[in-house]
Every structure is written in structure tokens, then in C-alpha cells.
Design a protein around this ligand. Structure first.
Ligand code: COA
Length: 260
């Protein structure tokens, strides 16, 4: 019997939309979602027709309401260690050498908030609610939440969210820096597509280099990060895209980047 597809992919106009598809369980991350999501992103990494990836949740209510709590019952520490380590779902968006945008269409809780934080950009519906409620289950975030959250919202806000487990609305999330834009719920997919289309027209080579440099900025001391950027800046001059971008500017036309 064919495996149930809990992660759907739609590719159009150089943009791949990846939809986590368990709406009756608010798109909670079970083993199948983890496995398929990581595989889908690995496939998209190698697909030259795709320049930008959007991640969203099926249905009208949730982006992802967290890890599948039903799978926690009775699970041992060693089992949980292997689930987190073997799938690497929260590393997959960073590993993808292309821009990836989370379209946060509802609840983004626990692992859902962590998945959104692992993406490059977060655009939220005005109905979205975000948070890390693990503390209410007697556990703590296990998908990078204690690390990525303070980098986005500062230590004070991170302590508040993680100690209390409180959820915040989209506007409050915007104020904290947890999301980058808030749009009316029924305009979310349109707005994210518009942004993805704008990015998809840019040089894939330069986009990948920018992603590597921005990732480095959260992990390296300033001097090292600047040296890292200098190397990538030099490397960008070896691309056909750089010649095309510069020539198009001088010829007063739009560039046509090939990603080489
Ligand atoms: N894991 C497993 N199942 C989940 C889930 C999760 N993280 N979140 C929601 N679901 C399931 C519910 O069990 C329910 O299933 P059922 O219809 O078979 O009983 C279904 O999704 C709908 O959720 P429900 O709780 O009925 O919706 P609601 O609108 O009343 O509440 C939430 C929405 C998000 C507030 C609530 O579902 C919730 O608190 N979920 C858990 C969030 C969480 O703690 N995440 C972090 C996990 S580490």
C-alpha cells in the first residue's frame, strides 16, 4: 500500500509550496511528517526549477500545533533522542540552499513555532498564534527553541514565553520580532507568493551565499563573520549571474539570472 502523503508539494513558477497535511490533528509533527518533510526539502534542494520554498499548514486553523503529543506517551529518553537526531526536521530549512518562507496560517506551537523559526522568513496571518507551551507538559523545547527564540526576540521575551508557555497573537509576535510581517488571514498565501516571486527573480547563486552569510552571523564572532562574507563576496564575482546583473544594469534592462 502506498504511504499516506502527510507532506504535499506543489511547484509552479519556480516556487515550491510545501504543505504539512494533517489538518484533523492541527498538522502535528509525527514520524511520517518528519520523514517526508526532510525528504521533500532534500529533493527540492536538487531541483533547479525551484528557487524559493514556502512552508505552510493544511486547513484554516493551524500551521503546525507542535510535536505529536500522542507519540510522547511512554516514549523513552533514548527513543526521543533518536527521533530528534535522525530526522533533523529543524535543521532541514537551514540546510536547504534556497530561501524558505514560513506562511504561518494559524497555530504555530512548540515544534511548529520552532519549524517556523528555522525558516528564513515568517509571514503570519492576523489569526496566527505562536508560542512554546512545552512547559505545560513538563518538558522544554527540543527543536532548537531555546536557541533560535532568544536570537529572534531577545532573552527577556524568550524567558517569558518559555517559562509561562503563553501563546502570543500575530501582532505581539511582530512586535517581538518572532514574525516579520502580519497580513489579513485571507491574503496570507497571496502575500507570501508575491514575496516569493520577488525573491525568485534574483540570482540563486547570490541568494544561497546570502543565506550562508546570514546563518554565519548568528554563529560566528564579528571578525570571523566579516571575513566569511569577504570570501563569499569574492566568490560571487566568479558567477555568470554577477556578469548578467552588472551588464543588465549598464544596459538598463531587467537581469535574467540562470543560477550559474
Ligand atoms: N499533538 C497531537 N495532536 C494534537 C496536537 C499535538 N500537538 N495539537 C492538536 N492535536 C489534535 C487534538 O488532539 C485534536 O484531535 P482529536 O480531534 O482526535 O481529539 C485535534 O488535533 C484538534 O485539536 P483541539 O485541541 O480539539 O483543537 P482546539 O481548537 O480546541 O485547541 C490548541 C487548539 C492548539 C490550543 C490545542 O490543540 C493544543 O493545545 N494543542 C497542543 C499544543 C502543544 O502543546 N504543542 C506543543 C507540543 S510539544
Amino acid at each position: 500500500m502506498a504511504k499516506e502523503r502527510v507532506v504535499l508539494v506543489d511547484i509552479a513558477d519556480r516556487i515550491a509550496t510545501v504543505t504539512i497535511n494533517r489538518p484533523d490533528k492541527l498538522n502535528a509533527l509525527n514520524r511520517a511528517v518528519r520523514e517526508q518533510f526532510v525528504q521533500v526539502l532534500a529533493d527540492l534542494a536538487g531541483n533547479d526549477d525551484v528557487r524559493v520554498v514556502i512552508v505552510t499548514g493544511a486547513g484554516d486553523k493551524a500551521f503546525v500545533a507542535g510535536a505529536d503529543i500522542a507519540e510522547f506517551k511512554g516514549r523513552t529518553g533514548v527513543e526521543q533522542f533518536h527521533v530528534t537526531k535522525s530526522f533533523g526536521i529543524f535543521e532541514a530549512p537551514e540546510r536547504l540552499p534556497k530561501p524558505i518562507i514560513a506562511a504561518v496560517n494559524g497555530f504555530a506551537l512548540g515544534g511548529g513555532c520552532e519549524l517556523a523559526m528555522a525558516c528564513d522568513l515568517r509571514i503570519a496571518s492576523d489569526k496566527a498564534k505562536l508560542g512554546q507551551p512545552e512547559i505545560t507538559l513538563g518538558i522544554l523545547p527540543g527543536g532548537g527553541g531555546t536557541q533560535r527564540l532568544p536570537r529572534l526576540v531577545g532573552l527577556g521575551n524568550a524567558y517569558k514565553l518559555l517559562y509561562t508557555g503563553q501563546l502570543v497573537g500575530a501582532e505581539e509576535a511582530l512586535r517581538m520580532g518572532l514574525v516579520d510581517e502580519v497580513v489579513p488571514h485571507d491574503r496570507l498565501q497571496e502575500r507570501v507568493r508575491e514575496l516569493a516571486t520577488e525573491i525568485a527573480a534574483k540570482s540563486p547563486v547570490a541568494l544561497e551565499f546570502i543565506k550562508d552569510c546570514l546563518k554565519a552571523s548568528t554563529r560566528m564572532p564579528l571578525d570571523e563573520g566579516v571575513r566569511f562574507e569577504t570570501t563569499y563576496f569574492g566568490l560571487a564575482f566568479s558567477s555568470e549571474d554577477k556578469e548578467e546583473g552588472v551588464t543588465a544594469f549598464l544596459e538598463k534592462r531587467q537581469p535574467d539570472f540562470k543560477g550559474r
